[in-house]
Design a protein around this ligand. Structure first.
Ligand code: HEC
Length: 198
């Protein structure tokens, strides 16, 4: 497992160099305010690294979690990947520490109000709009207030050129909290059902 860890560090370092420190400050209230700003906040800390979780360079070679998810109302199509650590989880279990999930959000090709489909029957993808990341490590949720804590999960977002986006990460948390019983993963059941058929 040396390789993936090393590439994480390289990516993290690259992002820091490319974007400077200011853009990597985590969003989100008191927990963020307790931390020193700048460089230091890009490293995972016990307060949870919202906004600074790296986008692993090799995620497209990871196991697919679910792909071609049609999101008609949002005019989007989404692909989700899970790293090999996360893919070791069995149905009924929480995902282990070290799990990372990457969700690509594509603009959909539309035919009026409807998603266009390709020859393969799958929704046709336009340009990549954003990439969302969720990851968990022991202790990342420890310093968060109870109403924001999603276990030890942390959240980050990138634009189509892999530049970090400073979203309001409390919104990610609020919308994933209702699926706490499924380890805060919306498509938990669908993933294990689909995986077991493959
Ligand atoms: C309005 C509710 C909402 C918000 C806000 C939201 N999500 Fe999600 N998220 C979902 C839903 C629903 C799914 C399941 C896939 C789908 O239907 O698009 C999902 C799926 C995901 C997944 C794939 C794992 C899973 O849960 O199935 C990741 C990773 C993710 N979101 C990250 C984020 C990040 C990062 C943010 C904030 C920048 C965020 N989400 C904000 C509702 C939300």
């Amino acid at each position: 497992m040396r390789q993936p860890i090393a590439s994480y560090l390289v990516i993290g370092g690259l992002l820091l160099t490319l974007s400077g420190c200011n853009t990597i400050e985590p969003a989100g209230g008191k927990a963020a305010a307790d931390k020193p700003s700048g460089m230091a906040s890009a490293m995972p800390t016990s307060a949870g690294p919202d906004g600074s979780l790296p986008l692993p360079a090799d995620y497209k070679s990871w196991p697919k979690f679910l792909t071609d998810i049609p999101k008609g109302e949002a005019k989007q199509v989404r692909d989700i990947y899970i790293n090999p650590t996360g893919a070791r989880a069995s149905a009924g279990q929480n995902f282990p520490n070290g799990t990372v999930m990457v969700m690509e959000i594509y603009k959909a090709k539309m035919d009026g109000d409807k998603l266009m489909t390709g020859m393969d029957g799958k929704p046709a993808k336009g340009d990549l709009a954003k990439v969302f990341v969720m990851g968990k490590e022991q202790g990342w949720g420890d310093k968060l207030p109870e109403n924001l804590k999603n276990g030890d999960w942390a959240y980050a977002a990138y634009d189509a050129t892999n530049k970090p986006l400073m979203e309001d990460f409390t919104k990610c948390r609020a919308c994933h909290t209702p699926v706490a019983q499924k380890d805060f993963i919306h498509r938990y059941d669908e993933y294990f059902q689909t995986r077991s058929r493959m």
